[in-house]
Design a binder for this molecule. Structure first.
Ligand SMILES: [Zn+2]
Length: 86
């Protein structure tokens, strides 16, 4: 099911991006945010080099949904502002 030219370690995109997928994607981008280290940015959540797999997946889902970078930034900021801290 992998698409041509896509690295094997990329998470598959849903065939059709639903509103629920958009929610998941926004959450993934917000949670898998970069943290600055002397060696370069690392994912705050899994400490993989940023952008990590889930962050890239979220970006790709939202791009497939037709959202611009500005809209994605706004959605993530809104999620961060409304998310309950645990
Ligand atoms: Zn991550």
């Amino acid at each position: 099911m992998s698409q041509v030219g896509e690295p094997l370690d990329e998470l598959p995109l849903p065939p059709y991006v639903t509103a629920e997928d958009v929610d998941f994607a926004v959450r993934a981008i917000a949670v898998h945010a970069p943290e600055q280290w002397p060696t370069g940015p690392l994912c705050r959540n899994d400490h993989a080099p940023h952008p990590c797999r889930l962050h890239r997946w979220g970006q790709r889902v939202l791009a497939q949904r037709g959202l611009t970078a500005t809209e994605i930034t706004a959605l993530v900021a809104h999620y961060r502002a409304t998310a309950v801290r645990r």
